[in-house]
Unconditional design. Structure first.
Lengths: 376, 340, 471
């Protein structure tokens, strides 16, 4: 285990709806690919070759540039035993590291608790989006869910600035007093935490400036917000966001390509932004999705399958392929899908241990072999 | 009165369409269809706030080839839609769409170019309240059914109001949240008077001719659409009963259809690459016997895949083929009356 | 009509419903407390928003494919029903028999389950358990479609005893096995196809196909079983016959009802009420209506001790705010957001964290959830254009002779929002806020939009208090 490094942070991007691995890292010299993908295959002359066997989707040029700098680890064939092809259920498994039963505690919730056992910083974990992703949910672990950093906090729809200020003042006073009642005291503490978290986060955009111009799409804006919080040094360690929908049963070439265009651009801009602020050695990005898709297309898109691809990106990443790219040959398929060959909890364990310096076993519910995608 | 042509039975031909949660091939809550002179079938996809970005018109042909799609997207800008209801096409190939949320009609060409739009919320001439059904007469006059104003308004294709009739109520010429509208070859206007459970027939300038149907068993329940074939037979999407009723030119009952959908060509594509679903489907009885508490047409249709579910519109193509658009099943069942 | 009568009726309606406007409270007080309890436990026509109008406007609620569409459809009913206890009970059963969308991918089946809960909400607990065991959503949720004559799956059999009726410690592992055997063959129509579709989240080719119960005699283990000391060739209903007779079952059901309707924590006085509820349970042949009547008419429930002794759950909070604000009375654009808000606050309808249901009481509150609660309710009640808010300000303005001072504004708002009981510190802070805003002149002729907005701002802040989080 490496020593704990308090400046290191993890940025997690969930590709919601299940990303198609075959059209992401394309086996462009494998005849099977074109046999099984007569309608949604990407022509050889359009892909971005990586080597003699694999190529990136044509919309992933910015990721390819990072790959060429050795900053991109691609984990092929990632999954878990007895794959479930239902979005919700499979996401739950990735969120909770519990494939057998419906569990409630998220792995990142446990990470946050281990990073900040006393709960001293109410924004150790920040989600950019509404609601709480199950990955981050754990009893007693505060997480801020930020829809929009500029308007985050209490009373966002009070238009008059003076009145909003009065409301916030009054709220602080009303939640400040001690009342001889356990529930009321708990409510008071929670209200003060909420106010504090919002006050701290609101300072982030004010102090931020950058030459990087992020695109006007949700994933780019979420990563911009992440960069704002990171460069403000607020003690946030875990950043979360999601983008989609990658559920490309139809119109796959257009929809899937468009989404990767946005994700690739956003990640590349984010890395450049961190570089500009001298923070690029402090963060890695994990990109995951809940399952893969059928090998054979359905005439317009692809249906739910198994065996996916994950990405880990950053200056401190050992770039390259990890895991075996599953065979497309009919005899090697799992009910028409790619066979997974490495457990997602290996990837999680590597990040928890080698990047964040935490004991991975309790976080991922077991011992899993680790990869070498983190530089020493 | 139309000369009666002997009623032959209406027969099922096939099903077209497939559900999708993406753009491209497939339907997303289809709400209406129209037929271009070159054989293209245009399908209006209404969507909802959850799937708003999928609002569009898809195009296909009778052979079920997917031919693309167009729209200006979801929203309030020119030519965009929020809650589109019905579609009609003029003889210049311009497509008109009602939007009940924005109280307006938009006109696009089939490349998706914005042509014009008109309307705002209100009850004056040229204004609208909840425009729903839409029909085109002789390629130049639009009949728009306004559910909020309980009236029918006529427009030129350039958006000029040419008159209107109707008011709230349940008497002749009165309406209660009317929905669909159809025309016969003589230019008479048939309105699905939704919450009065009847079809009303008018002359082209709004003179009341007759009303068909009533609330109750074996009658109509919340009819959503009506169309009339070249012999004067009426086809009514009996939305509340999840069926289609066929009436003779005098309104006499001919036949009731409950639906008998089969796999479309696109659906067969899906089954061919998903053998686990195909195999278990083949073991199944998709017209099952249901427990007694699942006794409404809606609940029965929710359990019985071949039956109509959400038949929101009926339209006839130039060959008098009947297209029944099912919003909840994302498909169109096609029927045809055998003549003689 | 005394303030105490109003306060008591407000308490009843917060618990047995989703709160009530002052007009409604006055009407109910006039009818008398025990009569109101009878009205609530014997619901008539709900007069809720009509189904046809909802389905015409909201294609998503007609198709019932998406989770949030189903949640919003139910919220519409909670917001517009004349029978609030019926919906509150359906919510109670949903919390107790917690079934989640994540494994089902079937919103219509979940709505059908809620319809079943509503239909039997206050009837016999025996009938409820039989219907629950036949509910297709429950069958898939707890794998009873995999519970075969030659290969039992204990999941449903176990949870029926542990989480749905008696509670752990009142039966043996052998009882679990025998219980599971008795429910073999209880499955759903076209089980193999439906389970495949559920496990793949398939909407193909033509959207979801809803589910119905099917009994497969050939897959039922008809052999002899011994369950809780009784022996026979038991089928599922026979097992339920035995379950409902257990004292543990009476205690379990009574305690859960007590915690849902009376107080998060059970003290000694509460324990005595639970004993009375258990007696009623047996005396009435397991009728939930009678058990509720005992609870609502108990001195404990009516006492100060039970007042504001529960943290409002997110669904209660959202529905209560919307009912009071008078919004969403007809199909409204973007209504599916209502379901999302309850999720952001920690209670996604049809998304219990597990089969054990939600962690209630103060566990409803964390900093993220509190922000969502305050912002949602504040938006509903901070808008003087909303019909219920306008009505509330109208009522406040009736007969006023002079501009209201800060303290008068606070007291009038707190009264009409509850009556709420404010700590003196809270009242002081609110008064300071009102003082900074300036006086509100609600006299006819001088009342302006600015006055209404000031009152609405104060309502917003009152709903942001700690006190408002409690029911």
């Amino acid at each position: 285990m490496t020593t704990t490094n308090n400046s290191r942070s993890l940025v997690v991007i969930q590709l919601a709806g299940a990303n198609d691995p075959l059209n992401t890292v394309v086996p462009y010299t494998d005849g099977h690919y074109y046999d099984f993908r007569p309608n949604v295959g990407i022509p050889t002359d359009q892909v971005i070759p990586i080597d003699g066997r694999f190529a990136f989707n044509p919309n992933m040029a910015p990721i390819k540039a990072l790959w060429d700098e050795g900053k991109v680890a691609v984990v092929n064939g990632i999954g878990y035993p007895n794959p479930n092809r239902s979005h919700f259920r499979s996401m739950d498994i990735w969120h909770t590291c519990e494939p057998e039963k419906v569990a409630t505690e998220g792995w990142l919730g446990r990470v946050i608790r281990d990073l900040d056992p006393q709960g001293q910083n109410v924004i150790t974990g920040v989600n950019f989006g509404r609601g709480l992703p199950r990955s981050m949910g754990a009893p007693g672990v505060p997480v801020a869910s930020v829809g929009n950093l500029e308007t985050y906090g209490l009373f966002p729809d009070v238009e008059e600035e003076r009145i909003r200020g009065l409301c916030l003042d009054a709220f602080g006073k009303m939640y400040g007093g001690t009342i001889q009642d356990a529930v009321m005291d708990y409510l008071g503490q929670t209200g003060r935490d909420a106010l504090k978290g919002a006050d701290i986060l609101r300072t982030a955009p004010e102090n931020y400036s950058s030459t990087v111009e992020y695109a006007d799409n949700p994933i780019a804006q979420a990563l911009k917000n992440a960069a704002q919080v990171m460069t403000a040094d607020l003690g946030t360690r875990i950043y979360y966001t999601q983008h989609g929908s990658f559920d490309t049963h139809g119109d796959e070439v257009k929809v899937h390509g468009g989404l990767w265009n946005q994700v690739s651009g956003a990640v590349s801009d984010f890395m450049a932004d961190l570089e500009e602020h001298g923070r690029a050695d402090d963060a890695i990005v994990l990109i995951w999705t809940e399952f893969g898709r059928r090998i054979r297309d359905n005439g317009s898109g692809t249906d739910h399958g198994s065996g996916g691809t994950a990405f880990i990106i950053g200056n401190q990443v050992n770039g390259g392929f990890y895991g075996e790219y599953p065979s497309l040959a009919e005899r090697d398929q799992l009910d028409g899908d790619l066979h997974f060959n490495n457990d997602f909890r290996s990837t999680y364990s590597t990040i928890a241990d080698r990047w964040l310096g935490l004991d991975p076993a309790p976080i991922v519910n077991g011992q899993f072999e680790q990869w070498d995608f983190i530089r020493n | 009165m139309t000369t009666a042509v002997a009623a032959g039975p209406v027969e099922y031909i096939k099903t077209i369409g497939l559900t999708t949660n993406q753009s491209g091939r497939g339907f997303t809550n289809p709400y209406d269809c129209a037929f271009a002179p070159d054989g293209r079938i245009l399908i209006l996809n209404r969507c909802d706030t959850v799937r708003a970005s999928l609002v569009r018109i898809g195009m296909m042909n009778w052979e079920e080839d997917y031919l693309g799609e167009f729209s200006r997207g979801y929203g309030r800008a020119d030519g965009q839609w929020i809650l589109p209801v019905a579609i009609a096409m003029d003889d210049q190939g311009v497509v008109y769409v009602t939007d009940e949320q924005q109280h307006r009609i938009t006109a696009l060409d089939t490349d998706g170019n914005f042509v014009r739009q008109w309307g705002e919320k209100g009850s004056g001439p040229g204004q609208m309240n909840g425009p729903a059904g839409l029909a085109m007469n002789a390629g130049e006059t639009l009949y728009v059914v306004e559910q909020g104003n309980n009236r029918v308004q006529r427009f030129s294709t350039s958006g000029e109001s040419l008159g209107m009739w109707g008011e709230s109520g349940d008497g002749p010429g009165q309406f209660n949240m009317p929905w669909g509208v159809g025309l016969d070859s003589a230019g008479n206007v048939y309105v699905a008077d939704w919450r009065n459970d009847r079809i009303q027939k008018f002359t082209g300038d709004g003179q009341f001719i007759a009303a068909y149907g009533a609330s109750g068993d074996g009658q109509l329940s919340r009819p959503s659409g009506v169309c009339v074939d070249s012999d004067g037979y009426m086809y009514v999407s009996d939305w509340g009963n999840e069926r289609v009723q066929i009436l003779d030119p005098d309104g006499g009952f001919i036949q009731s259809l409950r639906g008998q959908a089969t796999l479309s060509k696109w659906a067969q594509d899906f089954m061919s690459v998903n053998p686990d679903e195909r195999n278990t489907r083949e073991m199944s009885n998709l017209v099952p016997e249901l427990p007694p508490h699942l006794d409404t047409p809606y609940l029965i249709s929710s359990q019985t895949e071949p039956y109509f579910w959400g038949p929101v519109s009926v339209r006839l193509d130039s060959e008098d083929r009947l297209f029944v658009v099912e919003s909840n099943r994302h498909r169109i069942q096609v029927y045809q009356r055998r003549k003689g | 009509m005394s303030n105490a009568d109003i306060a008591l009726m407000a308490h009843l309606m917060r618990r047995a419903g989703f709160g009530a406007s002052r007009d409604e409270l006055e009407q109910r007080v006039a009818r008398g407390y025990e009569n109101v309890v009878e009205d609530l436990v014997n619901p008539g026509s709900p007069n809720a928003m009509p189904d046809d109008v909802i389905r015409r406007y909201h294609v998503d609620m007609a198709e019932m494919r998406e989770l949030n569409s189903a949640g919003a459809y139910w919220i519409y009913r909670m917001v517009t029903t004349d029978n609030p206890l019926e919906e509150k009970m359906a919510l109670f059963w949903h919390s107790l028999f917690a079934t989640g969308y994540s494994k089902l991918n079937q919103a219509r089946a979940l709505m059908n389950q809620i319809d079943t809960f509503r239909r039997h909400s206050m009837g016999s607990f025996h009938t409820m358990l039989v219907e629950l065991s036949k509910d297709p959503a429950m069958i898939i949720w707890l794998d009873n479609n995999d519970n075969h004559k030659d290969d039992i799956n204990e999941n449903y059999g176990r949870e029926l005893l542990e989480l749905f009726s008696m509670g752990i410690g009142n039966y043996t592992e052998d009882d679990v096995k025998e219980c599971a055997r008795a429910f073999t063959g209880w499955t759903l129509g076209n089980a193999e196809y439906m389970a495949t579709r559920a496990s793949r989240d398939s909407i193909w080719p033509y959207s979801r196909i809803a589910w119905h119960f099917q009994y497969r005699d050939h897959d039922h283990d008809d052999g002899e079983k011994t369950f809780l000391g009784h022996t026979g060739n038991f089928n599922g209903e026979d097992i339920i016959d035995i379950i409902v007779q257990q004292e543990a079952t009476a205690r379990f059901v009574s305690t859960r009802l007590f915690q849902f309707f009376a107080a998060d924590e059970v003290d000694a006085a509460g324990e005595a009420v639970i004993e009375q509820m258990m007696e009623t349970y047996f005396a009435s042949n397991y009728e939930i209506r009678s058990v509720l009547r005992t609870l609502f008419n108990s001195d404990y429930f009516k006492s100060e001790a039970a007042r504001f002794a529960r943290v409002k759950g997110p669904v209660e909070l959202v529905v209560g705010a919307v009912r009071l604000a008078g919004t969403y009375q007809e199909p409204t654009f973007g209504a599916d957001q209502l379901a999302r808000y309850t999720l952001y606050m920690g209670q996604g309808i049809f998304q219990p964290p597990s089969v054990e249901g939600w962690h209630e009481g103060s566990e409803w509150i964390d900093s993220g959830a509190l922000v969502e609660r305050v912002n949602f309710v504040g938006k509903e009640l901070g808008d003087p254009g909303n019909p219920g808010v306008k009505a509330l300000i109208d009522r406040m303005s009736a007969g006023v002779k002079r501009p209201l001072s800060a303290e008068e504004q606070v007291d009038a708002c707190a009264d009409l929002l509850g009556p709420m009981e404010l700590s003196s510190a809270t009242r002081t802070s609110l008064s300071e806020f009102a003082g900074e805003q300036g006086e509100a002149d609600l006299r006819a002729g001088s009342r302006t939009e600015a006055d209404d907005q000031r009152i609405a701002n104060l309502l917003r802040l009152l709903t942001a208090t700690r006190e408002y989080q409690l029911a």
